[in-house]
Every structure is written in C-alpha cells, then in structure tokens.
Design a protein around this ligand. Sequence first.
Ligand SMILES: Cc1ncc(COP(=O)(O)O)c(C=O)c1O
Length: 417
Amino acid sequence: MESAAKLNLTRSMELIKEGRETTPGGMLGIRRPYNFVEGEYPIFIEKGYGGHIVDVDGNDYIDMLCSYGPIILGYVEDEINQAVIKRMEDGFCFSLVQEIQNELQQKLIDLIPCAEMAVIAKTGSDVTTMAIRVARGYTGKNKILRCGYHGWHDWCVEHKGGVPESISGLTEEFKYGDLEDLRMKLEASKDEIACIIITPVGHPTAKEVIAPPKGYLEGVRALANDYGVVLIFDEIRTGFRVAMGGAGERYGVKPDLATFGKAMANGFPISALVGKKEVMKVMEKDVFISSTFFPNSLEMAASLKCIEIMQRENVIESIWQRGGEFLESLQKIKEKNNAPITVSGIPPMPFITFDKVDELYKERRTEFYTQAIRRGLFIQPYHHWYICHRHTDADLVYALKAIDESLMYVMDKYPVH
Ligand SMILES: Cc1ncc(COP(=O)(O)O)c(C=O)c1O
C-alpha cells in the first residue's frame, strides 16, 4: 500500500503564524494543532457543506468530528438559516424575554423524560456549572463526584493552573462502569456530597467509548437515592444524538437533572438544564443564575427548527442504523488487517484506539491519522467520531475505504512482531 500524497497546507500554516501573534497558542484548547497530527492536518477552515468541510487551502474532507459534536444534521442547513434570519429581522436581544423561550422550554419538557422544567443557556459549561450550583443549593452540601469531561469551569477542569485548590478539592472523579468505586466514594464522604455528575455514555479522552454496561446507570441511580444526592446526567454529547431525549431516554434511567447542548441546534450556541421541578425550583429564590445573552433568541429559533427537522426526517433512527453498519465494517477492517486496535463506541459515536501491544503504538496512531487526513477523511486521534445526518452513504463508504487503506499502510510499515 502506497502512502497518500501530503496535502498542501500553505495558507493554514500562514494563518497559524498570524494567529499566534494575536491570541495565546493561535487559538484555544482542543482546536490547537497538537490535538491532531502537526504538519499534516489543516488548521483553518473556510466552509462546510453537508457532511464535508473545506480548509483555507481548498482541501475537501469528509468530516467525522462534526465540530466536536454540534453538527447533527450537516453544515449549512438552509431551513435553519431561514428560521434564524426571520428571527433576526424582528430582533433577538432584548431587556425582556420572548415567547419563543416558552415554546422551546415546552419542547424540551415534551422530549426529555426527566424534564419537568427547563432553563436555557448558551454553552455546555454554562449548564453543567448551573447544575452543580443547583445541586449544592438544593442539598446544602458542597462535594461533587464526577465522571467525564464537563467543560472548562473551576469545579471540573483537569488542568489545575489558575484553579484554587479550595474549589478543585471539592470535586472527586470516579471510574465509569464501576459501581463499587462510586459506592466507596459516596461512603467515604457521606453527608458532604451534593451530587453525582456523569456522562451516561462513557467517553474518557483518547480512550474507548463505553456504552453503559447492563444495569450500570440503574445502579448509579440507586446509589444516588441511597445516599440522598442529586443525580445529574451530562448529556451535552449524547443529547439529541443518542436519542432526542438523550441517553436517559435510550437506556431508560431518569436522573434528577440533565444538561443538553451541542447537537441541540446544529451548531448554534445553545444549551439547557432540565430536571425535576422540586430541584429546579431552588432557582426561584435561593440560587441565582442570570446572564445577558441567555435569552437571545436566534439560537432558540435554530434549535426549534433543528428539532423539527430531526423529527420529520427520523434522524436518530437513521444515524443508529447507518452508524451500526459503520461500526460493524470497522470491526471487519480491523480483523482483515489483523490490526492492534480496539473498535468501540455506539452507532452515533464510533471510535478506534490503538492498543499498547508494543512500543510502536503511538507511531501506528500518528501514521494512521496522517494517511486518513491525506485521503480526505477528517477524524481525531484523541476524541471519538460522530456520524451526522447529511453524511451520504457514499461518504461513509469512502470513509471506510480510507480507514482500510490507512490501516493497511500502517500495518505494512509497523507490523506487530
Ligand atoms: C460531556 C460534555 N459536557 C460538557 C461540555 C462543555 O461544553 P462547552 O464546551 O459547550 O462548554 C462538553 C464539551 O465538549 C462535553 O463533551
């Protein structure tokens, strides 16, 4: 198997140089080049269409990172754009709220099994942090048990620079899928814990995606009840993707609170905290939450239209079916190439990870992603992938072919001895 030709990334390289002069690192966090393969991946994007993106050098890719999750339909949805333009023409930022806010709240209550009330915000971190404050306000306790990535705020960020120990010290991590670990941590800080916050589908960074083991989420629910703590499902990735009502709906377990964002409006910045009335009502008086932009309604129009399209076009069902076939094909490609990889995930969120069978696993990973991007497939080495509605069958077939060829190349170059 031949190596694919290196891409021309001249403009991306010029722009990152420029960007580093105007913002720390050229950009923030997970979009920085070291999260991909440096020198091989594009850095600046010009546009998107359907399930594709085009970089500033004109290279076209099938995008299976989907903007890290928000793109559930595809890039540039005309119907959503029209709904947003209509709202823009009447104004969308006022000193008071608009009727559309009630409409979206009601829609969330109709769709999400645990939702008796809803609060609309803008980002995932807004609502995970809101959930924590609500849980603390409701229980009068301070400690948090968390499992998964929940955003960039002080209580949950993994990089401790700039975070007071007095805040980060109140949060403890538990291991996904291990009920005994959670039980021990609850027991150890009995009477101090406000809440458990968990991504209902496990997705530790750079590791495999874990579908909830049988009985696990039910077990977490039971432990939360036993210890009298608030249970929060962080559905920022799984909401409107694993089911309209999130993993809570698909796996049949009701948390007390749940957070939604990302896919809720196909890329427009909006998020929601939903949950039990009894708990949410602490925001009526004791717990203060307010932000200038939370009531801006452009994103609400986008979200309602996105939800309408998803229901009309049976998006969830279609993604599960096509994603299921995609995962099966990944498994076959692994076997055919006898590759030391783990295929993991659930149909809407597939992933492969390179097993540590010897000291070459990192080289295999780097070479695999190099070959994939050169073949026009945009996937991430340290984050699972997504399937969106506008990925055509031909896109998915092409993606599998690129993965197969890339793996073949890797196994020629770095065989396992
Ligand atoms: C599960 C989960 N929770 C919370 C967040 C934070 O969301 P945001 O980046 O919109 O603040 C993310 C973002 O990736 C996420 O994946």
